[in-house]
Design a protein around this ligand. Structure first.
Ligand code: GLA
Length: 725
């Protein structure tokens, strides 16, 4: 609900569990409060006491009104607020001052979309409404519309800003955050997901200090290193108790989220596009829309924060046929054969997979151009007839007869220097004239800010999908941006290229996903290098990491679950010894870990023993029956190998009738024998039956004492499926 109190010029935004309060004072839009839900009343007394005035710049006519110590909703550079700004404008005269004051506001039902950008959406019947507050600099005539959508049922508030130049001459945006929150204290711990290739979304938790913590990407993608999501936690808060604030950016390019501890022991949280290398020219009446940031507050612990984001992403970000639907059990050819396959081998693998109940064979990298290694052919999306003389026809036919679908890999945003596309259009890649072009994995990045490049990609991909044979696409992206320039843009628009690239990509994805609504798209970037809410708007799942080692995946999947739902987390059983780590892990453990996400295989099934094949068949059967619990259920982190020598988790269906639980011991020791895992989220009075052993427990027992864990040297994991008896 959104309430405006005319007398105190106060805005109050209420979700079911939180309130967000702002107030207009002396024309400035002040932040007053974000936290536990309040009654609707005048909260003016909550305005901060002013800090000491020494050195501070007071506003004309307002002695004692020091912007540097004022909580602001959309702070600008240049008028005495010396913290990091949400907005920095380069005016036509070259100065970079901006002074935004309240002009008007309106409250509208539902939620408008963001032009060309991914965003959370409201559905008919949702308790969702949007407040738009317009601010203006009365001298430069730059205007900002601040959008706040309150999703009452989902306990999130989404924000973005539209910046407009109402002046006569062009100006430039140097920095434009999606959201700013000025907290009145800095008694926080920061929780962030950091990582690298094959070690994505590790968790770090540390005290917020004076100065600025920046979680950012300048790589032209959200990246492996810093996921665009940050949590501020009350220092004593844990999984089940205490206050947490989250900010999630719905964007896949270079971002920056900063938490700044100020001289007056306050905290400014900013989230949005990374200002480094960015600028945007606004002509007269030109508008710029920032990406969306989604805020969340809970006082019920980290699990509650995750549940809020997980559910909102499943219900109000992910779209299409696979929204809240179990995904097919798939087998991906990458770790099974890498580049060395032909029709005969794929037919053999596909038939074997289908016989074991696998529902989809994915032909990964290597099916196009003359791609026998990773140094050529990206851009030439034409089937390699040497490997596949009959195209995909025979494979598709065989799979169809065996009730199995066909999927295919693309890396559309890239071009190999050794490709027909590059020979025909050497200017289509990101590059800067007269400078060398750096290659990553022997490839260059196409300039998706150019519409003709996106059209080419649409046509070449549509040509393959038009055959009707493809029901899944893995969309990969395997390098960082460098030499970010475009010769079709003038010099004063070069700072726009990276963001225009994403506008191009998003519009291409929108076209493709609308044209092929039956196809399941999975995003990938050297594993989880672009695991973000922006991509999830178009593609409901992401290949979580190129590291498929089950033990390593425990931390990766745990970290990813902080914000992203298990439905989005692709997890496959791969061969043992593992190809990335050489670790040997038993089948049951690999299966237990992969079963937690969107499940599949990444190995050659024809090389398995008969016993292993039976396990594959059994696992596929189980996932078909219970996979929905992971997609739509509530996921609980129970134990983690960040802290102990084991990990445990469970997912509970919305009706609390089914629970899938897993446990893995990461260092098998004999004294670990007597562990028991206390489950969460069950109904105390319900009797649950373990479908494997037939043993019955009450919900109270499972949550009070827990499930006993049986660990031996050979057997390091356990999985339970508990059903209402
Ligand atoms: C990336 C992906 C892998 C695989 C290879 C193919 O590394 O993350 O899963 O598709 O590319 O080249």
């Amino acid at each position: 609900m959104i309430t405006y109190l005319e007398n105190s010029k106060q805005f109050q935004l209420d979700t079911d569990n939180s309130s967000y309060v702002m107030q207009v004072r002396d024309g400035f839009l002040l932040h007053i409060y974000y936290g536990e839900r309040l009654n609707v009343t005048d909260h003016s007394y909550m305005r901060w006491e002013q800090g000491r005035a020494a050195f501070s710049c007071c506003l004309e006519g307002c002695q004692g009104f020091i912007l540097d110590d004022t909580p602001l909703e959309y702070p600008c550079f240049g008028r005495g607020d010396l913290r990091s700004p949400a907005l920095e404008i380069i005016n036509p005269d070259g100065t970079n001052i901006c002074d935004l004051r309240y002009v008007s506001h309106k409250i509208i039902g539902g939620k408008p979309g963001l032009p060309g950008l991914p965003a959370f959406y409201a559905e008919e019947g949702d308790r969702a409404s949007t407040l738009v507050i317009t601010l203006r600099d009365n001298i430069s005539l730059v205007e900002c519309d601040l959008y706040y959508t309150v999703f009452e049922d989902y306990n999130i508030i989404s924000r973005h800003t539209v910046i407009r130049n109402c002046g006569e001459k062009p100006c430039h945006i140097k920095a434009a955050a999606s959201a700013c929150v000025d907290f009145d204290h800095m008694d926080f711990e920061v929780i962030s997901n950091y990582g690298t290739h094959c070690r994505e979304r590790m968790i770090e938790r540390f005290r917020l200090n004076h100065g600025k913590f920046e979680l950012a990407s300048r790589r032209g993608s959200s990246g492996h290193v810093h996921n665009p999501f940050l949590i501020l936690a009350s220092p004593t808060a844990d999984e089940d108790h205490g206050e947490f604030y989250g900010v999630l950016l719905v964007y896949s390019g270079s971002h920056a989220i900063t938490a700044e501890g100020t001289q007056y022991n306050a905290c400014r949280l900013l989230a949005g596009l990374n200002p480094d290398g960015f600028s945007w020219k606004l002509e007269q009446n030109g508008e710029f829309t920032t990406p969306e940031a989604v805020l969340c507050y809970t006082d019920k612990g980290l699990t509650s924060l995750s549940h809020i984001y997980n559910k909102a992403i499943n219900d109000r970000l992910i779209r299409g046929k696979y929204k809240n639907a179990r995904r097919p059990v798939l087998l991906n050819s990458w770790e099974a054969c890498y580049f060395s396959f032909d029709e005969a081998r794929l037919l053999k693998i596909g038939k074997c997979a289908a016989d074991l109940g696998i529902e989809l064979l994915v032909i990964d990298d290597g099916w196009f151009g003359k791609r026998n290694t990773d140094n050529c052919s990206l851009g030439d999306w034409v089937i390699d007839r040497k490997k596949l003389p009959n195209g995909l026809d025979n494979i598709y036919k065989m799979l169809k007869e065996n009730n199995c679908g066909l999927g295919i890999w693309f890396e559309p945003e890239m071009v190999s220097p050794d490709s027909d596309l590059y020979r025909a259009h050497p200017d289509w890649c990101l590059h800067i004239e007269n400078r060398p072009r750096s290659e990553g994995r022997h490839q260059l990045m196409l300039n998706l800010s150019r519409p003709e490049v996106c059209d080419y990609l649409y046509d070449s991909i549509a040509k393959i999908l038009d055959s009707g044979m493809i029901s899944y696409v893995k969309w990969d992206f395997n390098r960082n941006m460098a030499e970010v320039g475009s010769e079709v843009l003038p010099p004063d628009r070069q700072g726009e290229v990276s963001h225009r690239y994403y506008l191009g990509l998003y519009s291409l994805l929108e076209r493709l996903t609308q044209s092929f609504p039956e196809v399941l798209f999975e995003s990938c970037s050297g594993g989880g290098g672009r695991f973000d809410a922006g991509m999830l708007y178009y593609m409901p799942q992401t290949w979580t990491s190129d590291n498929s080692d089950a033990i390593e995946r425990l931390k990766i999947q745990y970290g990813t679950s902080l914000v992203y739902p298990m439905s989005a987390i692709s997890a496959h059983v791969s061969a043992s010894p593992n190809h990335q780590t050489a670790h040997v892990t038993d089948f049951a453990t690999r299966f237990t870990v992969a079963f937690t996400g969107s499940f599949g295989y990444e190995l050659d099934p024809t090389s398995l023993s008969e016993e292993e094949k039976l396990l594959v068949a059994k696992s596929a059967e189980l996932y078909k029956k219970y996979g929905y619990v992971l997609v739509t259920g509530d996921y609980y982190r129970l134990k983690t190998n960040y802290e102990e020598d084991c990990a445990a988790w469970c997912a509970v269906s919305q009706d609390r009738a089914v629970c899938v639980a897993g446990y893995v011991n990461t260092h098998v020791r004999l004294y670990d024998k007597n562990q028991h895992i206390r489950l969460k989220g069950l109904d105390k009075d319900t009797a649950y039956k373990d479908i494997f052993t037939g043993q019955t427990y009450s919900g109270a027992q499972l949550m009070g004492f827990g499930l006993p864990v049986k660990i031996t040297l050979e057997y390091r994991s356990q999985m339970w499926i508990l059903e209402k008896a």
